[in-house]
Design a protein. Structure first.
Length: 376
């Protein structure tokens, strides 16, 4: 089996899995219980918050809210912030290449709460038009939400530049969906006001993620109940799952350079090989994460090729995993100035450091064979 779908999810690492098992056996108590075991778990849970801040290099101005997914973090950051701060302004900014867990909250705020949404724009090279961004950012803007790395193409957004502009408007905060960047692309996390991070994109378990935010930022909770997580996300925390997440995070960040070097070899090899094929258009940009490679097929249906690869136990994606069954065009590629045909027939390969150049060679040979046979 060759698994090139790591942007959708990753295999949990042995260390993360062992951490879950070991912690579950010992620290199973509810961290909100007032007996000794509960209090011990609560104290350990707070240590894990500090561990995450340390891993990201964040100051003590930040706090970590644990929840179940990046989708939940994005919803809490966007809806929670806008509804709590609705009296400060009703203008918000994002891009049209965001994950749906960002786009849908923006649409909800526009449809049902009277917010005005503006979108940054991109040129053909994937550059954000910063001048246009400066024009749309006004004293009425209360939120800018942009992803660090796009999940379909790997495009890296210029967040340091964006953060510099946002800081000129004290009423406005910057939320960054860093799911596809964490452990893969270096970011200055202290530049951001709210950060979405997720465990299962970096060899941690599923169903655990965090919204990391500046303590001074107030949010309206989305999930109401017992008041856990600073009253911002009620529900009993799963401490073993948190430990497993932190283990995966630490493992990834301590091997950052080594992993990057390995993945860069695969990326470079595939970019070179794919660019030789005149049936293929590469959709990557100069400023791109090497963990994601995206290309369009000029004359073949991506879904047919993905299925043929899958029959050979090579697993890749077309469009994004969540919506790939709908056979629609990629709204990301359309926004990044690709044609409808290209946007309908794109394939995403996404890597982890456990992939090898040997696998990449097998992939190229198999793909060429499939394209040849489909031609026939
Ligand atoms: N944000 C980005 C950039 C993603 O790539 C994903 C998942 O693909 C999400 C958010 C949502 O993650 P989840 O489905 O785990 O909530």
């Amino acid at each position: 089996m060759i698994y090139f779908d790591n942007a959708a999810t990753t295999l949990i690492s042995s260390n993360a899995l062992n951490a879950y098992e070991n912690t579950s056996k010992k620290y199973f108590a509810n961290p909100n219980s007032i007996h000794h075991l509960g209090m011990e778990v609560n104290s350990l849970l707070n240590n894990s918050r500090d561990d995450i801040k340390k891993e990201l290099g964040l100051s003590n101005d930040y706090e970590v809210i644990f929840n179940s997914s990046a989708t939940e973090s994005n919803n809490l950051a966007i809806i929670g912030y806008c509804l709590k701060n609705i009296n400060r302004g009703k203008h918000i900014i994002t891009s049209k290449i965001e994950h749906l867990s960002v786009l849908e909250p923006f649409r909800e705020l526009e449809r049902n709460y009277g917010f005005k949404v503006d979108y940054v724009t991109f040129d053909e090279k994937g550059n954000i038009d910063i001048e246009k961004f400066k024009e749309i950012l006004t004293s009425d803007t209360i939120l800018v939400s942009l992803m660090a790395v796009n999940n379909e193409t790997g495009l890296i957004l210029p967040l340091d530049e964006i953060a510099k502009e946002v800081k000129k408007f004290p009423k406005c905060v910057l939320h960054v969906d860093a799911c596809q960047a964490l452990g893969k692309v270096k970011l200055n996390y202290n530049n951001f006001d709210m950060i979405t991070i997720s465990s299962h994109k970096l060899h941690g378990p599923k169903s655990i993620a965090s919204l990391v935010k500046k303590k001074k930022i107030n949010l309206k909770p989305i999930l109401l109940g017992g008041g856990q997580e600073f009253s911002l996300r009620s529900s009993t925390q799963d401490y073993p799952l948190v430990v497993s997440f932190v283990t995966a995070l630490h493992e990834n960040l301590s091997n950052f350079q080594k992993n990057l070097a390995e993945v860069q070899l695969i990326y470079k090899f595939l970019m070179e090989e794919l660019s030789k094929n005149d049936e293929i258009i590469l959709n990557n940009f100069e400023n791109n994460s090497p963990y994601i490679l995206n290309f369009s097929l000029k004359n073949k249906k991506a879904s047919v090729v993905v299925e043929a690869l899958s029959n050979k136990e090579i697993y890749v994606s077309s469009v994004s995993a969540c919506s790939s069954k709908k056979e629609e065009a990629s709204y990301v590629l359309l926004e990044l100035n690709r044609s409808l045909k290209e946007a309908k027939n794109s394939i995403r390969l996404s890597f982890s450091s456990s992939n090898t150049v040997e696998e990449a060679k097998i992939f190229i040979n198999t793909l060429n064979e499939i394209l040849k046979n489909l031609r026939g």
